[in-house]
Design a protein around this ligand. Sequence first.
Ligand code: GLC
Length: 799
Amino acid sequence: MITNTELEYKGNLYPNQIINFKQDVDKFYFTTENGVVLQITVLRNSALRFRYATENVFEPDFSYAISEVASRGYSSLEVDETATEYLILTSKLKVLVDKKTLRIQISDLEGNIINEDEIGFHWEENYEYGGNTVKMSKITQNAESFFGMGDKATHSNLKGKRVNNWCMDQYAYAKDQDPLYKAVPFYTGLHKNMAYGIFFDNTFRTYFDFAHEKRHVTSFWADGGEMNYYFFYGPEMSKVIMGYTNLTGTPELPPMWAMGYHQSKWSYFPESNVKALARKFRKLKIPCDALYLDIDYMDGFRCFTWDKKKFPDPKRMMAELNEDGFKTVVMIDPGIKIDKDYWVYQEAMEKGYFCKRGDGPYMKGKVWPGECNFPDFTNPEVRKWWAELYKEFMSELGVHAVWNDMNEPAVMEVPTKTAPLDTRHNYDGYPCTHRKAHNVYGMQMVRATYEGIKKYVYPKRPFVITRAAYAGTQRYSSTWTGDNVATWEHLWLANVQVQRMCMSGMSFVGSDIGGFAEQPNGELFARWIQLGVFHPFCRVHSSGDHGDQEPWSFDSDVTDIVRKFIELRYQLLPYLYTMFWKYSKYGEPMVKPLVYFDQEDPQTHFRTDEFIFGEHILVCPVQEPNSQGRRMYMPRGNWYNYWDDSMVVGGKEQWVDADIDIIPLFVKEGAIIPKFPVQQYVGELVIKQLDLEVYYKSGIENSSFYEDDQDGYEYNKGNYSYRSFKLNGKENSLAIQQFKDGDFVPSYTSFRLNLHGLPFTIESVEVDNEVVPLNQVKPNGNNVIEVVKNFTQVLIKGK
Ligand code: GLC
């Protein structure tokens, strides 16, 4: 235990005894003799907020992270006091506040300690910049594990690591390199089967130490601002993540095409190459929904312009691509070329929208176009202006979506790779320097972009991508993991990073498939595609300076494998879309690490490779060359091998065959998985019959299936369809009940049930209690039957 003298010696200050206590509805204030005020807010029964002021004064309460629609409300709240402590009780949590030290202990109602302060809040005055370095230290619990924290390229369990958050352009980053592009100061702790989360909502550079410096201490601190954190309790990890995601928000449903396969490169040009690329996809029958134009489409890298030599008539080109089922996504960067003859520069200059340095000059930095100025996206007026800049692109030229890059912001040829710290920002009316605004700069840029796109693609849905992000950015944008490398290690990283992002509230994420820097061989590319089709955002992108990275750039075996897996993704689109809907509505991560899936099984706490795609599909990428399979941990339960329907019993590590054209893929028994026919792009076919893959289970399993128009907003008016299925298998029967909600009428009239693992021969089929002659339901062998889509119950009996 650190003594107070030791603390003082290190220049730290810490609260002393409480001299005043006050309650104001859901807020509690504890004031110490030396002027520290702790404010505890009860947001929900299992969600609390802790804020600490020094010198008796709180900062203005403003956050970019918190969603306006975050839910509030608790059912019970009591306060008690003993000689040594105050006690706050909700229906889920007990919070003790120590009267002498202001230290906190949080336990469940049975008294199991979930989280407790070590020193708790302490701080150092910052003489250079003013304000404080604010610090919090907690006791690491026995066998505690830690997860989350955005895009950290390291083992998924953060125990023993120290990380920090400062959005950085990190070309060709290495494993364990830190920080990367995103700042998400949120983690989940797990011990004794109790999960909780801590979100430190502070935009300065933040640091987290997970029992790295001292085994028994977990701490976090920031270069400035306030000690301001949210606490979420499970005990299930799902409740923690959903609690956090509810607070920081979820995106609306994107158009379904955004979940298709996307092809990108730095850069496809001129028009003839883009058109040839599109033709090749259709010719080789490899499904694809979007093509990307990187910076070279611009005139001298000036945002919102076109290089008319490369793209003489972008409107016509994009219309023609669209005819063929391709959407065009273009890049927009934050740096605006300093050029007196350039209208965007002129406008921003006239209106005073560029960031300025501490003493007045404009902040200048070199990016692709050379010297640039940078709009202050933390100014709401600048965001409005920026949103309007998209008008021509979207509503006149027919651009479908926008990709915001370099928005950390990245600055070239300076050691810090970003804006100087004295750069000033509006911060929505709370002026500050870059120290505070840096981590939200990219988020506010993409927020402005999102607002512009949303306005100008209406009545269609917006789709936006960003590289930099702060907590809550998921409300506006999808993202990717930045400039990775074409190595096997980076395939491992892509898997871990995507899972981690999903555990950090940002599910709409993917990696540059195949690697951005350097060149993959065909084998690595094939293995990466096999993983990438199970990521919410599925795009091949590469730096283009090392040869091609299209599905056909390797030998024809690889092309066939790539096609096979992209086709699988297109078949699974209704399942993926349902996953997205659940993410959007409930904050449920689309991809789930095994620890999320089964936290009670300690084997899962240190697994990195296996993950659950949605609810019922288990995936484990092959991450080594020359493999014919791999060892993997099968989580508890019974699983069907997707490729041959053989049954695997989980709860142990085992070998799984996976030749180059196979990824280890399993379906949870009892699952019902909707599948589309293969289409070359979303909406190509009018679907006449929908496949439901039904995986027999002895017992009950629930599945769900959400549908709507795949774009637009009619679903908000009830024009959606939500089906939930309850499968109940017995020795000689299989019953499927369907519950239906919503008015959407899909194009198909019937379901084809593909029955997997049925342990009996079908003798009779009843639909809604009426026996249907077997020749009418067309049993094909023993495993396919056709039924009307709106059945309430199908009962299959046999011997
Ligand atoms: C950055 C991006 C990369 C892009 C390149 C050129 O490196 O991360 O995706 O291709 O800039 O715009």
